[in-house]
Design a protein around this ligand. Structure first.
Ligand code: GAL
Length: 968
């Protein structure tokens, strides 16, 4: 028998996106009956999409031997199949619309009864999200199939429903033709991962409606029109609108507008004789006018993040509490905007954005990035066969989400190249909803969009765009159009690992050019999957940890939150950068300058406190009266008369903080939204550099002040009896993801090339003179003629030891240095650090705004930042002094002359560099202490620009001075 090739493609390999589904419509709750079909379903996983169904759709089918699986969930996170991560690459041959024969396919079954009072009449089965393609049977009858993983699908089911024993059977394919449209940078995870419900649809009910609530900023009045096919009436009692007809524009008089800063919602009801739908109305008008994106007549600054849905145990199947936590964490970190990268989120998240106030770019579930790897050959965006599938995606998003005031821009999708289908999506959207501008980044000419959007654009180029001085593009009409548009960075500041550096510099650009209206940091959360070792140790997996053949490693861990939603130092920095009020104390003139940086809200609700600290301890504090400032307003406030700083009192700092004066929906009373500080007087508490102790040679030992040295090599052995491993010049750091620069210029590769990870020291000379021990060495790597000449000059008095480290490059260095300082070993029991300097969090030259000068305490273990892939972290900067103590309080004090950076960990830099996950790091019997003059900046070259020149650490003559004293 000859085998025949299948002529008619199966539905999962067809360009046709769906069959049998209802037209897209708004998502809303109403008083009509509904049945929650989430819960425990029967489940089996088959290896191929063409596996016979075996009659599983038949109500009589026996599924008692099947597994159970929760809905909503991804089957890979419940022990069926495995997660896989790729960024751009399709995990299958690019052979559209075909997908591999090995195509995991999940069959789901659920039997349900209708409640006794279930009404007669139309009923709809609604799936909020199924990844990636599914066919549905109810009571043995096939309803149809659908694609569009992050989009709702509805089927009419009234004719098939019975009171008892309804059998719902769903077959879900991991891969389908639609997978070509869903190449987002995320885990490939499948299944029914959003809610499933049965909705009764009253015959005279409301199938769909579109709320248009405009705000005229010149008159302060609102208009309300609710478009619907139903015989409906709208009531918003607060506006005096009672049973007003739909499809009519109502002038509702003065209203409080909606904004992300003041998210005023009016609660109303849209009703027919058969159904009542609660509606939440936010009056706002979005436009692009005079080259700026405005809401209610005011230009916006988008202080945004890109949010993928993520939970370390549940993947993209998010519960309501997690969504709420995201919204609250954003608000508490001064974030005002979200791009729903790269698909419409669970609809509840948009309710939260309406409620708490976040500007939203709602993005279509579309990305065809993998085609870039073949020169965009065959890209669906420019292939008419994919036209309906792409347009349907847009339609389903716009219709679902059109009633959310928080949604101010529609985005066509992400990284899908260029083509007619995108233009068609834009044209349809513009006609359907003229009230929202359109975003798409992937077409550099921007001919059919309303904002000019780019990603990872270096600072210099953003500046040029801000000045309308970007290079011209080929088509003069397109060029002129793009030049007339406001500019947003839909992605910037890649928050992968340590960093991102350079945030403050972006903010300064946003503030100095009207055209630059902010951007969205990439990205909100690391998509790490929680795993547990047999002993219970938790860690988070990334690409490759599930044995994937093709994967993109830890590129999936590039968020401002760790997977468990602990804020990373990058988020703390972002919160500081985006403070809604800017506070600049000027102790010399006895004033504080306060500026309201918000676009809509005044400063009522904030209260201001000041404090004067001496060497980190509060000396006096009080309340500061600040008038309520309008958006953009500035004031100079007189400080109360500050007490004189005693000469010997150390440094005096003036701190001013703005906190919430009462609980608000997203944070408790006392939540700090902004702070500023300035040196108010005094001088470093450090005693003058000691000198005067004579080096004394003894039996195999050289003594200098409190320290002993090896008399030949000059290597330090003890300080007041504390055994140390001698300080050695160190230039190496475990490269950060941003040093590695997967998508940029890798400075880490250069560092390794010149051997900074394998430096050796050649002793040149040890000389002992009257009051100093001088050791000279040359530090260099095998196979390289580059070196660093090092002079350690040790001096001291009876109880302090001073090191002056002088370095000089030998040869011409091709790149900045990772760090410059010394590494030494301390006994493991000195595990608590108290320091006076910037903190409490880590800081590097280009990510240090959130670190404030003060007195901080952490254990060595707490100094570590658990980036999913271990790398340089935990540096503390501008340290005046640091005390490393054992439990009994004894230990070692290190002083800077004037300041130094430090990091301390229980493993070496090399171990940190080698480890792939934090739990692989094992504590050694010593503390590795790094005392540095400086680090190179961090930048965000893991996917974007590197370290700005002003934050680079150049190989040049440097001097670091440190004093060591015992703590008794
Ligand atoms: C962008 C893309 C994102 C993500 C990011 C890197 O190009 O739009 O989805 O991949 O790069 O993390």
């Amino acid at each position: 028998m000859t085998s025949t090739h299948q002529e008619c493609p199966p539905y999962y390999e067809s360009h046709t996106p769906s069959s049998g589904i209802r037209p897209a419509r708004a998502r809303f709750e109403s008083d009509a009956a509904e049945l929650d079909l989430n819960g425990t379903w029967r489940f089996r996983l088959l290896p191929r999409a063409d596996a016979p169904t075996g009659g599983f759709e038949d109500p009589e089918f026996d599924d008692s031997k099947w597994h159970t699986l929760p809905v909503p969930a991804h089957w890979q996170l419940h022990g069926h199949g495995r997660p896989a991560y790729t960024n751009i690459s399709y995990p299958f041959p690019i052979d559209p619309p075909h997908v591999p024969d090995d195509n995991p396919t999940g069959d789901y079954r659920r039997v349900f009864d209708l409640p006794g009072d279930w009404p007669q009449g139309p009923a709809v089965l609604r799936f909020e999200g199924v990844d990636s393609c599914f066919a549905v049977w109810l009571n043995g009858t096939r309803l149809g199939h659908s694609t569009g993983s992050r989009l709702p699908t509805e089927f009419d089911v009234a004719a098939l429903l019975r009171l008892r024993g309804n059998t719902l059977a769903v077959r879900v394919h991991q891969f389908s033709a639609a997978s070509y449209l869903e190449d987002q940078d995320m885990w490939w995870l499948s299944g029914i991962f959003r809610d499933v419900r049965l909705l009764s649809r009253p015959t005279a009910g409301i199938d769909d409606f579109f709320v248009h609530a405009g705000y005229d900023h010149t008159t302060g009045t609102g208009t309300l029109r609710v478009d619907t096919d139903a015989e409906a009436r709208i009531t918003v009692a607060e506006l005096g609108l009672v049973e007003a007809p739909a499809n009519t524009t109502h002038e509702v008089g003065p209203v409080d507008p909606w904004s992300a800063e003041v998210p005023r919602l009016y609660h109303g009801v849209l009703a027919t004789t058969a159904e009542r739908v609660p509606v939440r109305v936010g009056f706002r008008t979005v436009d692009v006018s005079g080259g700026t994106l405005r809401v209610n007549g005011r230009p916006l600054t988008l202080r945004g993040v890109n949010r993928h849905e993520w939970h370390p145990d549940h993947g993209r199947a998010l519960d309501h509490a997690t969504m709420r936590e995201d919204a609250l964490l954003m608000k508490r970190h001064n974030i005002n905007a979200v791009r729903t990268s790269h698909y419409p989120p669970h609809p509840d998240f948009l309710d939260l954005c309406d409620e708490y106030g976040l500007w939203v770019i709602d993005e279509c579930d579309l990305e065809t990035h993998g085609f870039e790897q073949v020169g965009w050959r065959g890209n669906p965006s420019d292939d008419a066969r994919w036209g309906e599938a792409m347009l349907q995606r847009m339609r389903r998003m716009v219709e679902r989400d059109k009633n959310h005031p928080s949604v101010i821009l529609w985005s066509l999708g992400n990284e899908s190249g260029t083509g007619q289908n995108l233009r068609t999506m834009a044209e349809w959207t513009r006609q359907r909803d003229p009230g929202r501008p359109i975003h798409y980044e992937g077409d550099p000419d921007s001919p059919y969009v309303d904002v000019y959007s780019r990603m990872y654009t270096p600072h210099g180029e953003v500046d040029a765009i801000g000045r309308h001085a970007e290079p011209t593009t080929a088509d003069p009409a397109n060029d002129a159009h793009r030049r007339s548009l406001p500019f947003v960075l839909c992605e910037y500041a890649h928050a992968m690992g340590t960093g991102p550096g350079g945030l403050a510099d972006y903010r300064d650009l946003f503030e100095s050019h009207d055209r630059c209206q902010g951007g969205f940091v990439w990205e909100w959360i690391d998509h790490g999957i929680r795993r547990r070792e047999p002993d219970g140790t938790e860690w988070f997996a990334y690409g490759g940890d599930f044995g994937e053949e093709l994967h993109d490693g830890n590129f999936v861990a590039d968020g401002l939150l760790f997977p468990d939603r602990e804020p990373s130092p990058g988020l703390v920095e972002l919160a500081k950068i985006h403070e809604p009020v800017r506070i600049k104390p000027h102790p010399e003139s006895g004033t504080v300058r306060v500026t309201n940086t918000r676009d809509f809200a005044d400063t009522s609700g904030l209260t201001f406190h000041w404090s004067l600290t001496r060497e980190g301890t509060v000396a006096v504090e009080g309340h500061l009266d600040v008038d309520v400032l309008p958006p953009g307003g500035t004031t100079e406030v007189e400080l109360p008369r500050l007490p004189e700083t005693p000469e010997t009192g150390g440094e005096t700092w003036l701190d001013v903080r703005a906190v919430l004066d009462r609980e608000c929906p997203w944070a408790p009373e006392g939540h700090e939204v902004a702070w500023g500080q300035a040196l108010a007087g005094g001088a470093p508490l450090l005693r003058p550099v000691p000198a005067g102790a004579d080096p004394a040679r003894g039996e195999g030992v050289l003594t200098l002040g409190p320290a002993t040295f090896d008399p030949d090599s000059g290597a330090l052995r003890t300080i007041s009896g504390i055994a140390v491993t001698p300080p050695r010049l160190d230039l190496w750091r475990a490269p950060t993801d941003n040093d590695h620069a997967r998508h940029g210029v890798s400075v880490a590769a250069e560092w390794r090339r010149i051997g900074l990870d394998r430096l050796t020291e050649r002793h040149i000379a040890t000389t002992v003179d009257d009051d100093a021990l001088v050791v000279r060495t040359r530090v260099a790597a095998a196979a390289s003629d580059l070196g660093t000449l090092v002079t350690y000059t040790w001096s001291g008095d009876a109880d302090r030891l001073l090191l002056t480290l002088d370095t000089e490059p030998d040869g011409t260095w091709p790149c900045p240095l990772p760090r410059l300082g010394v590494h030494l070993g301390l006994p493991p029991e000195l595990g608590t650090v108290e320091w006076f300097g910037r903190g409490p969090g880590e800081a590097y030259p280009d990510i240090r705004r959130a670190a404030r000068v003060g007195r901080h305490t952490r254990t060595v273990d707490e100094l570590q930042t658990p980036y999913l892939r271990p790398q340089e972290n935990g540096n503390r900067t501008d340290t005046r002094w640091a005390c490393f103590r054992a439990a009994d309080g004894t230990g070692l004090r290190v002083e800077g002359h004037p300041v130094f950076d430090f990091s301390a960990r229980r493993w070496s830099t090399h171990a940190l560099d080698r480890a792939q996950h934090p739990h692989e790091l094992t504590p050694e019997e010593r503390i590795h202490l790094h005392l540095d003059l400086a680090h190179n900046g961090i930048g965000s070259a893991s996917c974007g620009p590197g370290v700005l020149p002003r934050y680079r650490l150049h190989a040049a003559p440097h001097r670091l001075r440190l004093a060591f004293a015992p703590l008794r």
